[in-house]
Design a protein around this ligand. Structure first.
Ligand code: ATR
Length: 276
């Protein structure tokens, strides 16, 4: 029987995931369909119960449900529990199990575009929201030890650090402090929405002081080059945008659902074609 997958969120109309997964199902000859479902917050519990009864095989979860869904699932993967957000649900023996592939997707794309062994890198994360938390905890979980967090509201960076379950050496910084010492980092990760419409020509900090050997990543993929990445490139640094993270969070979910490793390069081409 045809397998059924999907994504729940609100809004959901502009999600790129249906096109990415459906193309990959087709290319790999997997008899499955992936559908976007707009679910309002007040309906989340009913929606999860409905998907259970209908027999949906797995689904992605996006804004605003990533945290609220946790108590509605049967089991939560420990890393997703630590992050406090689920983006992928898998039906396992009839039970809905929640995972977070956002952080792991980010790490996969970093390994692809930069290097495999990240452990020794002195890392700066800018932002302390949900995406920053997923990336921070995942980096710590693979043994990256020195990760600092800079945020406009420094208390949120402090909260991420004090809540981390690993034995990491991290500091919370203001954006001004981060800008002053940005040259000390070999890996810099931008996770805020600054650089995306309506804040297109803005950057959370200036990268004038970065080292040319630094690797600079921005989770924004539209525009393909944020002002942040442009500044980094002009200083001679290697850069990546957020498209790889989007691809790999999806590829990791795809593999959990089907036990088939999808072709991440093809998934990326599907997205690039849509984004133009
Ligand atoms: P996400 O889940 O996508 O990470 P979020 O949880 O809303 O989104 O987090 C947004 C992040 O962008 C936060 O770090 C936020 O800073 P604050 O914690 O100080 O709010 C940051 N951010 C958003 N707009 C910003 C702005 N204009 N200047 C600086 N930081 C901003």
């Amino acid at each position: 029987m045809k397998k059924l997958y999907g994504v729940i969120g609100d809004p959901i109309a502009h999600s790129l995931s249906p096109a990415m997964h459906n193309k990959e199902f087709k290319e790999l000859g997997i008899d499955a369909h992936y559908h976007p479902f707009r679910i309002e917050g007040k309906d989340l519990k009913t929606a999860v119960e409905g998907m259970k009864v209908i027999g949906i095989d797995g689904f992605n979860v996006t804004i605003p449900h990533k945290t609220a869904i946790i108590p509605l699932l049967d089991k939560i993967d420990p890393l997703a529990g630590a992050i406090g957000a689920v983006n992928t649900v898998v039906r396992e023996n009839g039970f809905f199990v929640g995972y977070n592939t956002d952080g792991a997707g980010f790490v996969e794309s970093l390994k692809e575009d930069w290097k495999k062994d990240l452990a020794g890198e002195r890392t700066l994360i800018i932002g302390a929201g949900g995406a920053a938390k997923a990336i921070y905890y995942t980096l710590l979980s693979i043994g990256v030890q020195r990760v600092d967090i800079a945020n406009r509201t420094i208390q949120k960076a402090e909260a991420l650090i004090s809540g981390q379950p690993y034995d990491a050496d991290s500091k919370a910084l203001t954006l001004e402090e981060a800008e002053a010492k940005v040259g000390e980092y070999s890996l810099i990760i931008q996770t805020t929405s600054i650089g995306m419409a309506p804040e297109l020509n803005k950057s959370p900090i200036s990268l004038k002081g970065i080292s040319a050997s630094a690797f600079v990543s921005d989770i924004i993929y539209n525009p393909a080059e944020s002002l942040f990445l442009k500044q980094a490139r002009q200083k001679g640094a290697k850069t990546q945008n957020g498209l790889g993270m989007l691809v790999y969070q999806g590829a990791l979910a795809f593999e959990k659902w089907t036990n088939v490793k999808p072709d991440a390069a093809r998934m990326k081409r599907t997205l690039t074609n849509i984004l133009g």
